[in-house]
Design a protein around this ligand. Sequence first.
Ligand code: SD4
Length: 356
Amino acid sequence: MRSLRVLLKKLIFQTNQQINKLMFSRRKFLSRSLLSSFGIAVGGITTSCANTDTSDHGNNTSLNDSGFPLVISTWDNHEANSAAWSILEKKGSALDAVEVGVRIPEADPKDSSVGYGGRPDRDGNVTLDACIMDSEGNGGSVCFLQHIKHPVSVARKVMEDTPHVILAGEGALKFALEKGFKKENLLTQSSKKAWEKWKKESNYKPVINIENHDTIGMLTIDENGDIAGACTTSGVAYKLHGRVGDSPILGAGLYVDNEVGGATSTGLGEAVLKTLGSFLVVELMRQGKSPYEACKEAVMRIARKQKYKDFQVGYLAVNKKGEYGAYAIQPGFEYVVSRDPENKLINSDSYIKKED
Ligand code: SD4
């Protein structure tokens, strides 16, 4: 009975996907015919779309970009996208893909905002936050975790092997060690040097788009149309010891509802936490907004109440059709989209424009 239901679900998804693809190519055909009847070179448009958030033009990506499988992540995390894509390509699940994907920056010592090599807190400790959500509405999270290179995988274990959603600090570390994760020193020489330099002035000021922002939030849609997401970070550099940001909090740094879509955030976690931004984006999409419109509204909620000029927040979202969009407070937020082995780096639209 159960296997019949699974088979039926798969068939419905595949049919939907076919319809989706047909509509996509029809839309593409129509827009191309329109463009060429106005004498505009289609090749030029395609190239400019590759470098521009199509949502920039007051609309959203739905007119010319939709479908799945899909991988999308914050910042230029193209290697992470490629790793996730290699799972989806083999008909793997969205959940496996998203975990494999975000493990790439977690293990990269050169990435100073995630996992190994992440900037420490003001006392010199690398403390990590991560969460993961599957398409069944399950979620797992670890926060304030030290010494473990892959917090996202510990978060997945919390989701799958415990009745809980969040484990923190010492308890999360104990759990990880029990599950066979290795205890490691995550403070690289270059992070230590940067921290020692920072200590001389101990000036805590988030630097927009540079020092504090490379957190990876990734959303994946597999070939069945199922959505998963993950978010992982070492948090804001030189934070107070014990500080937890938005990234490991379901609804703040990440939210997935397989009926609607998924959203993730990057930037100053405190601003996102106060507005439960990713949950908000998904709920706005449920009410009919496009991913771009929903991200924009979530940014506006921050801009209306907080002193937004001093910090960055960027949201990224996908809906059930595989349409995506993003919006940020400051210019400079970019994200990478993969719908085939090719990764496309896109500049997000922002509330504050470059010339402001
Ligand atoms: C945090 N949101 O801990 C994270 C930081 C971040 O790119 O996104 N960095 O507040």
